[in-house]
Design a protein around this ligand. Structure first.
Ligand SMILES: [Zn+2]
Length: 309
């Protein structure tokens, strides 16, 4: 059977929060089977633990925000997407500020550190949320649906009334390799007009051309240009993987999204969890998944793998 995983060793990183502009320190620590992904937010001399799950989402306007009591952690999506794509089920995340550092606006540095550190297999088996019947959500012009699939697939379409973006489409079968190459490097983006509006309201204090693709009326303002011609839709895929990680289980299904954002992603996750007759939890053997993925499902597993947990 495929087992749950955690990191092989701790990872430390620090960086600027995109909204607060403050420097924030994060430690990712290996956790035992059944722990899930849990943030431990330092608030003065106390610590508030917040599990990364859909029930703890408290805001989706600017980013996905988890909260419990007076403690919140914003912009969790890029880090959570990376953990999900690499099959890391259990982790402690110590954090001393109100948001996950934005780094370069993408998930690239999380990928690099996880690859360098490796992943450790735990003793308990992993359950996959396997979609059996389609589920749909329509919210204004935003649409999102999920249909049965042997893989975790995402097909995303966006349409912006700006020539630098216009219509973009990207489809991916999510594996550690495809995530690293096609999705993780895609950066956060925003329009110059929105940025000026946010700055005036004390938001986006840490945003800069170092961590955001900024779109002005004449085009992209970043001197280095884009990392992909369709970097925008790839970033939307990064965001939706992070938001879907809050299901609490790896998912096997094909997600089709049109113009979806954090709010509709979260509504869809909530709808899936509220529709247990549309999916089942299943365990798989290495052989099942190798047949599905064509290669070993997780090439970043550190071996020898078994821990005492
Ligand atoms: Zn994002």
């Amino acid at each position: 059977m495929i087992n749950q995983c955690t990191l092989a060793a701790p990872i430390l990183f620090s960086g600027i929060g995109v909204h607060s502009g403050n420097r924030i320190n994060v430690v990712l620590r290996p956790a035992e089977s059944g722990n899930g992904i849990v943030f431990h937010r330092q608030l003065g001399n106390r610590t508030v633990s917040i599990k990364a799950c859909a029930e703890n989402v408290v805001d989706t306007r600017m980013a996905t925000v988890l909260g419990h009591g007076d403690a919140t952690i914003s912009t969790v999506e890029h880090l959570l997407a990376t953990l999900y794509a690499f099959g890391i089920d259990n982790l402690h995340i110590d954090i001393d500020g109100p948001e996950v550092p934005v780094m370069d606006g993408s998930a690239l540095c999380f990928v690099d550190q996880i690859r360098a550190t490796g992943i450790r297999r735990l003793r308990a088996t992993r359950k996959y949320l396997t979609i059996r019947k389609p589920i749909d959500l329509v919210s204004g012009e935003k649409r999102i649906s999920i249909i049965p699939s042997r893989f975790f697939r995402i097909t995303f379409d966006i349409a912006f009334d700006h020539p630098s973006i216009a219509l973009q489409n990207h489809a991916i079968k999510v594996t550690p390799g495809s995530f690293s190459q096609e999705v993780a490097p895609a950066r956060t983006f925003g329009f110059l007009k929105e940025y000026e509006y946010l700055k005036a309201r004390n938001l986006a204090q840490g945003a800069s051309l170092e961590n955001t693709v900024v779109i002005g009326e004449q085009g992209i303002l970043n001197p280095e240009g884009l990392r992909f011609h369709d970097e925008f839709v790839r970033h939307k895929i990064l965001d939706i993987i992070g938001d879907f990680s809050l299901l609490g289980y790896p998912i096997l299904g094909h997600v089709k999204a049109y113009k979806s954002g954090h709010q509709t992603n979260h509504e869809m996750v909530t709808r899936i969890l509220a529709s247990p007759d549309h999916w089942k939890l299943a365990e798989f053997s290495q052989r099942d998944l190798r047949a599905a993925f064509g290669t070993t499902p997780n090439p970043y597993l550190a071996e020898p793998a078994l821990s005492k947990a």
